[in-house]
Design a protein around this ligand. Structure first.
Ligand code: NDP
Length: 258
C-alpha cells in the first residue's frame, strides 16, 4: 500500500469515476474524504464499502463551485483525518451542444463545477500542502480537451481545456513547494455522465461506435482511470508533474489525425 497514513480528498466521489478512485485510494491505505454534491446516500455507500474492507472514509457534502462550502468541507476533513496530502479534482458535469445549438446559459453552470470548482478546492488545500512541503494533485481533464471530434462536446471541451492549462500552470507554481500537479484525460467511460439524455439503446450504439475507433476495441472502465490516478498520487511519482496522462485505449478520432 502506497498511501498508508495519508489523507485523500476525492471530489465527486459518490459515483462513476470518482467512486472508483475513492475505492482505489482507500485500498492503497489512504483515509478518503468522499465528496458529493447531492447524492449523500451514494457517497455514504462508498464510505461503507471502504469501512467494510477495513479502511477509513468520510462522506463530505459540498458544491465545489461554492468556495465557502469548500472551505468548511476541508476544515471538517482535516479535523477528522488530518491534513489533505492527496487531492483528486474529479467532480465534473457536461452539457451537450455545439456552436449552433448549444444553450449558452448552460455554460456558466458547467464552468462553475469544472473550472471554478477545481480552483476552489485546490486553493482550500494548498496552503496546508505548502506548509508540509508535500502534496499530490490530480485533475480530471478529458480527451475532449485534446481535440476529439465527438459531436455535442464543443463547450464541455473548452472547460476541460481550461483544466489542462490550469494543471500545467499550477504545477509550475507549486513545484518548488514539493507539490506535483497532473491531470488524467479519460476517453469514453460509460457512467451517469455519458448516459445523460441518452436512452440505453443510444448508449449501446455510442459505446459500440467508439469502441470500434479505439485501438484496444473497448470502452474504458472507472477502474482504468482510477489506476492512472493511483500511479500519479503515489509518493514515488515525485518527478512527474505538469503532465496530462491520456487514458483512452488509443482513440483514433482526434482532430488532425489522418
Ligand atoms: P458522473 O456524472 O458519473 O459523476 C459525477 C460526480 O461529480 C458525482 O459524484 C457528483 O456528485 C459530482 N459532482 C457534480 N457536480 C458537482 C459539484 N458542483 N460539486 C461536487 N460534486 C459534484 O461523472 P463521471 O464519473 O463520468 O466523470 C468524472 C470526471 O471525469 C468528470 O470531471 C468528467 O468530466 C471526467 N470525464 C469523464 C468521462 C467519461 O467518459 N465518463 C470522459 C472524460 C472525462 P453527486 O453524486 O452528488 O451528484
Amino acid at each position: 500500500m502506497t498511501l498508508q497514513g495519508t489523507t485523500a480528498l476525492v471530489t465527486g466521489g459518490s459515483r462513476g469515476i470518482g467512486r472508483a478512485i475513492a475505492l482505489r485510494l482507500a485500498r492503497e491505505g489512504a483515509a478518503v474524504a468522499v465528496n458529493y454534491r447531492e447524492r449523500r446516500s451514494d457517497a455514504e455507500a462508498v464510505v461503507a464499502q471502504i469501512q467494510g474492507a477495513g479502511g477509513r472514509a468520510l462522506a463530505v457534502g459540498a458544491d465545489v463551485g461554492d468556495a465557502q462550502a469548500v472551505a468548511s468541507m476541508v476544515q471538517r476533513i482535516e479535523q477528522e483525518f488530518g491534513p489533505v496530502a492527496v487531492l483528486v479534482n474529479n467532480a465534473g458535469i457536461t452539457r451537450r451542444g455545439d456552436l449552433l445549438d448549444f444553450d449558452y446559459s448552460q455554460m456558466e453552470g458547467m464552468r462553475r463545477t469544472n473550472v471554478d470548482g477545481l480552483v476552489n478546492v485546490t486553493r482550500a488545500v494548498v496552503s496546508g500542502m505548502q506548509a508540509r512541503r508535500y502534496g499530490r494533485i490530480v485533475n480530471l481533464s478529458s480527451i475532449a480537451a485534446n481535440g476529439t471530434a465527438l459531436a455535442g462536446t464543443t463547450f464541455y471541451a473548452a472547460t476541460k481545456a481550461a483544466v489542462s492549462v490550469l494543471t500545467k500552470r499550477f504545477a509550475m507554481e507549486l513545484g518548488p513547494h514539493g507539490i506535483t500537479v497532473n491531470a488524467v484525460a479519460p476517453g469514453f467511460v460509460p457512467t451517469d455522465l455519458t448516459f445523460q439524455n441518452r436512452t440505453p439503446e443510444q448508449v449501446a450504439t455510442v459505446t459500440e461506435r467508439l469502441s470500434a475507433i479505439t485501438m484496444v476495441r473497448r470502452a474504458g472502465t472507472p477502474e482504468d482511470i482510477a489506476h492512472a490516478v493511483a500511479f500519479l498520487v503515489s509518493p514515488e511519482s515525485s518527478f512527474i508533474t505538469a503532465q496530462i496522462l491520456t487514458v483512452d485505449g488509443g482513440r483514433l478520432d482526434y482532430i488532425a489525425h489522418p
